[in-house]
Write a protein that binds this ligand. Structure first.
Ligand code: G3I
Length: 339
């Protein structure tokens, strides 16, 4: 209610535009619910846009690196790691008492070109992956709370995706990756992260994969549900609750890791209202389902979202608009947390 009044003040011109509405923020509301709340962070605005930094500081208890910890950016050449950008993100989080989710150690996208440009034996692939994981996790030992160790390893039909890692090492690469990450930082929480919450076949396959890895003793502590969706195509809250419960029964905690809700142009009030309902329902689902311990959106402001560049004609996917004003989606998350 309070934020509504503040925003009404903005509309009336009482407060200069471009100023973030002052309030307790989502972080303060999530803390008593024992829920981490946060956003994926892009490094350029973190360095250059004070409104972005202020919004993160106000609303987030946990930050995910959107790109800077991925293989290509952080390990651009065989013998060179580029930690500077990720170090800046971690330093910002530490200054504000936030946790960091490292994303992602093993993925088939955003790989450095040198990784795939020549043939390697299985042993060479193993050494490459081992050295990468040890160096990156080791560098952030004690400073990264949770890692997406393996990202998107399961295909739509439930089989293991044909990635360079699967081709180079075989299905054992998953177990190896978790073990090597655990060796490098025994206190970090290690996650498997994927999308496809509406695809029951894929969800069951992920559950089986994690169950079998856990049986082998692989150090896996959590699963991430990415939750990218749009106003016309989205999982039912009941399917999300089912996925969380199933994973939690394996002893895993579950993070909503990358939620956003894309809207088609024009971004009408009706469509933004539909978006708000999805944010409300998914936040409620997380709060009401045992095992869901973090709720993270893939960005915080529409000014810096991946959607328009990847989906022509779609955008406005995040809780704050491009001027950092609270959208109905922001207020819906706030209401769900205040309930
Ligand atoms: O860093 C280069 C820059 O040097 C260059 O000038 C510029 C020119 O296009 O490209 C920059 O890299 C881009 C990078 O984002 C940083 O902006 C890449 O081209 C672009 O492909 C990359 O996109 C990222 C995408 O993953 C890669 O697949 C998105 O920002 C990022 O939001 C997105 O995140 C993924 C998660 O990791 C996994 N789940 C799905 C999610 C959305 O696709």
């Amino acid at each position: 209610m309070w934020i509504v009044i503040i925003c009404a003040g903005f509309a009336a011109g009482a407060t200069p535009r471009n100023e973030i509405p002052i309030g307790p923020g989502l972080r303060a509301l999530a803390a008593p619910r024992h829920l981490d709340i946060g956003a994926a962070v892009a490094i350029e605005p973190l360095a250059g846009d004070p409104r972005y930094r202020d919004a993160l500081a106000r609303d987030c208890s946990i930050l995910t690196s959107e790109n800077v910890m991925k293989f290509g950016p952080i390990h651009p050449e065989p013998d060179r790691y580029a930690f500077e950008a990720a170090d800046a993100l971690v330093a910002f989080a530490q200054q504000h008492g936030m946790r960091v989710r490292g994303h992602a150690l093993v993925w088939h996208e955003q790989l450095a070109p040198w990784v795939t440009e020549r043939q390697r034996t299985r042993e060479e692939w193993q050494r490459l992956l081992h050295d990468h994981i040890s160096a990156v996790v080791g560098h952030y030992k004690g400073r990264v709370y949770a890692w997406d160790v393996v990202n998107e390893a399961v295909a739509e039909d439930g089989t293991l995706r044909e990635t360079p890692w699967l081709k180079g090492i075989g299905p054992d690469y998953l177990e190896m990756a978790f073990r090597w990450a655990h060796e490098a930082d025994p206190d970090a929480k290690l996650f498997y992260n994927d999308y496809g919450e509406s695809n029951e076949r894929k969800q069951k396959a992920i559950h089986r994969l994690l169950r079998d890895l856990l049986k082998k003793g692989a150090p896996i502590h959590g699963a991430g549900l990415q939750m990218h969706m749009d106003v016309d195509s989205h999982p039912r809250p009941s399917a999300v609750a089912r996925a969380i419960t199933r994973l939690h029964r394996l002893g895993l905690e579950v993070h909503v890791t990358e939620m956003d809700v894309a809207v088609p142009e024009p971004f009408t009030d009706r469509r933004l209202g539909e978006q708000a309902e999805l944010y409300r329902k998914m936040m409620r689902t997380c709060l009401d389902t045992k095992g869901c311990t973090a709720f993270i959106t893939w960005g915080i402001s529409d000014r810096y979202s991946w959607i328009p560049a990847f989906r022509r004609g779609w955008g406005a996917a995040l809780p704050l608009d491009a001027e950092f004003q609270a959208k109905p989606g922001y207020r819906a998350i706030r209401d769900a947390l205040s309930r």
